[in-house]
Design a protein around this ligand. Structure first.
Ligand code: HEM
Length: 209
């Protein structure tokens, strides 16, 4: 395909799948961080929180797979052209770190229970198989990694939130709206389309919104 073909125009919004996964996973991950902390600090809430933590963590792993596939198949909107290079690098690095942690946290949780010889119970009567052989040393290492990566995830989420608010309230650019909403329908009279360009090609990568 020719580089100047309209279908290659950059989208201005994330597609509907990306937006739904972004906001639902943001809630789920924040909940998991607090559920995790509650689990290790409250004896009375522990049984309830543990039985929530495991299946929600595995749900996050499954959603992370769908999200990564969607991200690789659909080009995201570009960052503003005038964004300083260091901020572009920080944004890209933190996004890929968030992806890595969305996979690492559940996989480490699952591996750690496997290494400890504990059942990985999703709900009564359904356990996931162990993915790591029973080994106390491996369990101890993974237990530590689960805590430290949870702290890293929490710090990265806070940075990500601060950056999103900086774009929304200080720079007032297109970054926040690109994840907050889809393309608004443009009245045909206000935006005549060039001949031969279908709505799907008009640059929003948002046919499902
Ligand atoms: C996005 C996914 C996950 C997040 C954000 C998360 C977060 C946390 C946090 C913050 C803690 C407390 C850490 C501490 O104070 O040391 C924790 C503990 C724990 N998590 Fe996760 N977790 C996730 C996935 C999972 C999964 C999938 C499993 C198991 C299938 C799991 C099993 C555990 C266990 C067993 C503990 C320790 C409980 C204890 O020793 O008292 N986690 N998690």
């Amino acid at each position: 395909m020719n580089d100047l073909h309209p279908a290659r125009l950059a989208p201005r919004h994330f597609n509907l799948t990306a937006r739904v996964l972004h906001w639902s996973m943001a809630l789920a991950i924040l909940a998991m961080l607090f559920v995790g902390i509650g689990m290790v600090t409250s004896l009375s809430l522990r049984p309830t929180l543990v039985s929530l933590h495991r299946p929600l963590g595995i749900a996050i792993l499954l959603l992370a797979i769908v999200r990564l596939v969607n991200r690789l198949r659909h080009r995201p909107p570009p960052l503003p052209a005038d964004l300083p290079r260091v901020q572009v690098l920080a944004a890209k690095a933190s996004h890929w770190l968030l992806y890595a942690l969305m996979f690492a946290m559940p996989l480490i949780g699952w591996s750690m229970l496997s290494a400890g010889g504990y059942p990985v119970t999703m709900f009564k009567g359904f356990n996931l198989p162990p993915i790591v052989p029973h080994d106390a040393t491996v369990y101890a290492a993974l237990r530590g990694a689960h805590t430290w990566l949870a702290l890293l995830l929490f710090a990265t989420v806070l940075l990500h939130l601060a950056a999103a608010l900086f774009h929304a309230w200080v720079r007032r650019d297109e970054v926040f709206p690109s994840m907050a909403r889809g393309a608004s329908p443009t009245p045909a009279s206000a935006a005549p389309e060039p001949a031969g360009v279908s709505p799907r090609d008009s640059g929003d990568n948002d046919a499902d919104s």
